[in-house]
Design a binder for this molecule. Structure first.
Ligand SMILES: Nc1ncnc2c1ncn2[C@@H]1O[C@H](COP(=O)(O)OP(=O)(O)OP(=O)(O)O)[C@@H](O)[C@H]1O
Ligand SMILES: [Mg+2]
Length: 288
């Protein structure tokens, strides 16, 4: 995938030496530092893939951007304006520009609401007329390739892949500039994954929306990203062009992550397993 022409322009999102601490559990426990001075940019129309092992802090970074995790240090800017540590009102106003698609389409949508109500709600609370909102719903359903009559049906009547399309449509209702996508295809089977990924790409090409795309799946991240950032224990260890990072990574941790990615061929798998063990031994030797 090509890098968008806008990469030289001002970044859309800047994460600047971001630190996130969670309070320690229990009495007098010190806070836990989950993100340690993270810095990255996302440009308009760009997809930044975010990979890293479980617990490395990917979701926390996405949540900090959404104003849902405590920002202890550093700041986050959107179009040059600080968006971290905002009051409730300013934060709500931001929901137009920054949206989210979660992993689990079963818990992220109210199953007892019609798809039409799910999609019109954000428009009606911000003052759209019902007729405008309904027009927008038809347009959104078309964008995510759901039939026009889907609007009258309940969310629970849809399959996982279809529900994820509804969640994507909901994220798009007010033309956001950035969508934080946290493992949005991980709960789907492989062929559905591919179709939903293509939908993300198609929507980006049409609307110019940028994505922070969190996943632990390297083949997914390679397919969808312009650039990839690699997290390890609360730090970014590598950021670069998607093809380069996913095929010839600089950092030993990324190399190990790459070797851990499943490959179908058992011979190659054994080879990779051996290489992984060699690398781990080397790293242990370096770490002393
Ligand atoms: N609300 C919270 N309070 C305390 N600690 C938290 C909280 N949320 C996350 N953590 C801790 O922060 C660390 C990073 O978690 P996070 O969910 O960001 O990881 P992740 O990279 O998204 O992992 P996964 O791939 O499993 O989703 C973990 O050690 C987790 O236990
Ligand atoms: Mg996560």
């Amino acid at each position: 995938m090509s890098v968008p022409a806008t990469t030289t322009a001002q970044p859309l999102l800047t994460v600047d030496q971001l630190v996130v601490d969670y309070p320690g559990r229990g009495w007098r426990q010190p806070p836990v530092r989950v993100l340690k001075s993270i810095s990255l940019d996302i440009h308009p129309g760009e997809t930044l893939g975010l990979v890293g092992e479980s617990g490395s802090g990917k979701t926390t970074l996405g949540r900090a951007i959404l104003g849902l995790a405590p920002v202890t240090g550093g700041e986050i800017r959107l179009g040059g304006q600080r968006i971290s540590n905002l009051g409730k009102r300013d934060r709500r106003a931001l929901s137009r520009d920054v949206q989210v698609v979660f992993q689990d389409p079963y818990t992220s949508l109210n199953p007892a609401m019609t798809v039409g109500d799910i999609l019109t709600e954000p428009l009606l609370v911000t003052g759209s007329s019902r007729a405008d909102a309904q027009r927008r719903v038809r347009d959104l359903l078309d964008q995510v390739r759901l039939p026009a009559d889907a609007g009258t049906r309940l969310a629970r009547e849809f399959s996982g892949g279809q529900r994820q399309r509804i969640a994507i449509a909901r994220a798009l209702t007010r033309d956001p500039k950035l969508v934080v996508c946290d493992e949005p295809v991980s709960a789907l089977d492989l062929s559905t994954q591919a179709r939903v990924l293509d939908l993300f790409i198609e929507i980006q090409e049409r609307t110019g929306v940028a994505y922070l795309f969190v996943t632990h799946d390297l083949s997914v991240v390679r397919h969808i990203s312009h650039r990839v950032a690699v997290m390890y224990r609360g730090e970014l260890v590598e950021t670069g062009d998607a093809a380069a990072v996913t095929t010839a990574p600089d950092h030993p941790y990324t190399r190990r992550l790459l070797l851990a990615a499943p490959v179908p061929d058992p011979g190659r798998q054994a080879e990779r397993r051996a290489a992984r063990h060699r690398l781990a031994a080397e790293q242990a030797a370096v770490a002393g």
